[in-house]
Design a protein around this ligand. Structure first.
Ligand SMILES: [Zn+2]
Length: 455
């Protein structure tokens, strides 16, 4: 067997690249919007198309309809495999074939369902998220062809943009078909079109509702205002008590850490301010690197608050109120543990002895990669070779719920989170696009990762 170097793989990928772009363009035209019905004929067509494309690169692929937890028919999933050697490592390649809706096509500069190349980027809904992931897997398997030295399994999901409701039962029902040493999730992205990244961590997400009660009925603010604080004010004091003066959280037991795998480059403050649209006078809260504040330290936001609207308000002391906290947890912390820490803190800090009740709503675990795993090191080396520059690791402040679930179901597997997106990709927004030069380098990267895993 040939030992494939970067030059050989690059020329194979170059020769095949028109096919990959055509695949991606055909995929965009399929309008596989899962929000319009995961069991619809358009989703079946999309799954069939992906299965056909996988067969073209030597994967035995089939379309399987999953079952929802309530037993009703679920998404059209594509699963497949290519076995080369029973003794070789097995790699599971993940992407999803459903795409985000297009609520307003007029917000786009091009037709969202006609792939259009402008200045080296291919525009269209799903061109990056996650048609790009499918294109990477297809391109890498084509480049390796008969020289593939690891066993490959493939899972192309049909309902990721809907929150993957049947994901866990589906994976558990197909445990054998997905069992692998390494899982490559090509549904994230790079630092930029020129600088590659592994996604190193995801924060967890958990909500709690907090009820604050001062009185058993409303009373007149003139008659009782002074010794009796209204429930909204007490709730505001309670919320404020969670923060130190610099705006960092001061809740014992709520964990935070440094960026996983080390911080090669911090986020740019002007960029973060611009993306968020902060008013000019606003000072960013917290301390430490901006990356740690966004990726690996916890944050709490009040996302709902039951108070009387200003319009129609009158002179009454509000007896009780409820607010909802969205807690973004450090990648390694169990969300139930974070909920407990917040609950203990809030009940212990009830201002003026008000009644404070905290109820947990839901809890999604975060995830962090293993920076010392051989697959991680191999992937970073592959990125450096393919892109010609050192990779810059990046975390995600948000969550991709199925990744921790995959890791939970396959605890031994090394999970690599890669992908074709970059800051200009506009996934989930109008004018979604993919950088074609980065796509090419992503394909070479994945081929090199698979090549390195064999040794
Ligand atoms: Zn995606």
């Amino acid at each position: 067997m040939v030992a494939l170097n970067q030059d050989e793989l690059r020329s194979r990928v170059e020769d095949d690249f028109d096919r990959v772009v055509e695949l991606l363009s055909d995929k965009v035209a399929l309008k596989s919007v899962s929000a319009q019905g995961i069991t619809g004929a358009h989703m079946r067509r999309s799954a069939d198309f992906v299965a056909d494309e996988l067969r073209k690169v030597g994967v035995q692929a089939k379309v399987v309809q999953s079952s929802n937890p309530d037993g009703t028919p679920g998404a059209f999933e594509v699963i497949g495999s290519k076995t080369v050697d029973d003794h070789a490592p097995t790699v599971l390649l993940y992407a999803h074939h459903d795409v985000q809706p297009v609520p307003d096509a007029s917000a786009w500069d091009t037709d969202p369902f006609v792939a259009t190349e402008v200045d080296g980027r291919l525009y269209g809904r799903g061109s990056a998220d996650d048609g790009g992931g499918i294109a990477i897997h297809s391109g890498a398997l084509h480049a390796l062809g008969g020289d593939l030295k690891v066993n490959v399994k493939v899972f192309i999901e049909g309902e990721e943009e809907m929150g993957s409701p049947s994901f866990i039962p589906f994976i558990e029902a197909h445990r054998e078909e997905f069992a692998s040493d390494v899982i490559i999730v090509a549904d994230s992205g790079n630092w930029s079109a020129q600088i590659p990244s592994l996604t190193t961590s995801l924060r967890g997400n958990t909500d709690v509702d907090v009820n604050v009660k001062v009185l058993d009925h409303p009373v007149h603010s003139g008659q009782f205002g002074g010794p009796i604080l209204d429930a909204n004010t007490v709730a505001a004091m309670l919320i404020a008590s969670m923060y130190a003066d610099d705006g960092s959280l001061r809740i014992p037991g709520l964990l935070g850490g440094d960026p996983v795998g080390g911080l090669q480059r911090d986020l740019d403050e002007a960029g973060v301010r611009g993306d968020a649209g902060t008013v000019g006078s606003y000072r960013l809260a917290g301390n430490g690197s901006l990356a740690s504040r966004l990726w690996t330290k916890p944050s709490i936001s009040v996302i709902g608050f039951d108070a009387h609207p200003v319009e129609g308000s009158f002179n009454v002391i509000s007896p009780e109120t409820t607010f909802r906290l969205s807690i973004r947890t450090a990648p390694q912390q169990r969300p139930e543990e974070a909920q407990r820490a917040v609950t203990d803190f809030l009940t212990a800090h009830a201002p003026f002895g008000a009644e404070v009740k905290v109820s947990a709503i839901d809890a999604g675990m975060g995830w962090s990669m293993d920076p010392d795993a051989p697959a991680t090191k191999g992937a970073l080396a592959a990125m450096q070779e393919a892109f010609g520059v050192a990779p810059v690791n990046k975390g995600e402040g948000g969550s991709i719920p199925f990744i921790p679930e995959l890791q939970r179901i396959f605890p031994q597997a090394q999970v690599l989170v890669t992908g074709p997106e970059d800051p200009k990709a506009n996934a989930h927004s109008p004018n979604e696009s993919i950088s074609l030069s980065a796509l090419k380098n992503n394909i070479i990267t994945e081929a090199l990762i698979l090549e390195k895993l064999a040794h």
